[in-house]
Design a protein around this ligand. Structure first.
Ligand code: PXP
Length: 254
């Protein structure tokens, strides 16, 4: 069996709750500290252009906490001059490039790498040159995978939102279709030498389907784990997710 799948915690949702009151609590940096102490492999945070959840001081404090633990900060960002400059100055371990629309509640779709080849390629090479491991958050679309390879992205993260929504809505045919697409997409990216991550909408029930796919190296999960922490605590929610990932991954025939 290949080495274990890394689990990254997205702490944006802690900041969303904090910002609902405009005060200091709950603090996403404290959530990151607890999660890292509990053994999570990395922290993801999305500094949106409108700063609706994570704000600049959070991202700097998150970077410092991750550095203290010797674990990666995955800086999720839109491809704008401001964000690229910020990433190059801050030098997080990783950056995940995502599309951003003001009206969306969350990152609803993948990045159109195929349609915005030059623009995405320029950002990837600046970040690669700065020593930042750059991933592209994309749909399970062969054209997007090939475009990611052609802009020399070392990593892609596949958007699992449609798959997880289909599961929760009981749409078996759509779920089977999405799972099949994800399997093929992971294989295609792996064949092109790209490291594969996945994320969005993953919960205790959907994680096993995803973790059973060979060659997935990292899962980034936020909303469900932070929500679950309300009931059972952050450490317990992370521990449970970790177990589910490991059990499912153990079934993968290397
Ligand atoms: N990965 C990326 C690139 C994302 O944009 C998000 C959502 O913020 C996640 C992972 C985590 O998704 P969720 O919060 O639904 O678990």
């Amino acid at each position: 069996m290949s080495e274990r799948i890394r689990l990254g915690l997205n702490v944006d949702h802690v900041a969303t709750v904090r910002n609902a009151r405009g005060g200091h609590a709950p603090d996403p940096v404290r959530a990151a500290q607890l999660a890292l102490a509990a053994g999570v492999d990395g922290i993801t945070a999305h500094l949106r252009e409108d700063r609706r959840h994570i704000v600049d001081k959070d991202i700097l404090a998150l970077k410092a906490v991750c550095d203290d633990f010797g674990r990666p900060l995955n800086f999720e960002m839109a491809i704008t001059e401001e964000m690229v400059e910020m990433a190059v100055a801050m030098k997080p371990h990783a950056a995940c490039l995502v599309p951003e629309r003001r009206q969306e509640r969350t990152t609803e779709g993948g990045l159109d790498v195929a349609g915005q080849h030059n623009w995405v390629g320029k950002a990837v090479s600046r970040l690669n040159d700065a020593g930042i491991r750059t991933s592209l958050f994309i749909a399970t679309d062969p054209a997007q995978i090939d475009a990611a390879a052609s802009v020399k992205a070392p990593v892609v993260e596949f958007h699992t939102g449609a798959l997880c929504d289909a599961f929760r809505d009981g749409q078996q045919t759509v779920f089977d279709h999405e799972l099949n697409r994800l399997r093929q997409a992971v294989e295609r990216a792996h064949e092109r030498g790209i490291e594969v991550h996945a994320g969005h909408g993953i919960d205790y029930e959907t994680v096993a389907y995803i973790a059973r796919i060979p060659h997935i190296r990292e899962l980034n999960i936020g909303h469900f784990l932070i929500g679950e922490a309300i009931f059972i605590g952050l450490e317990a929610s992370l521990r449970r997710m970790r177990e589910l990932i490991d059990v499912a991954h153990a079934e993968v025939v290397a």
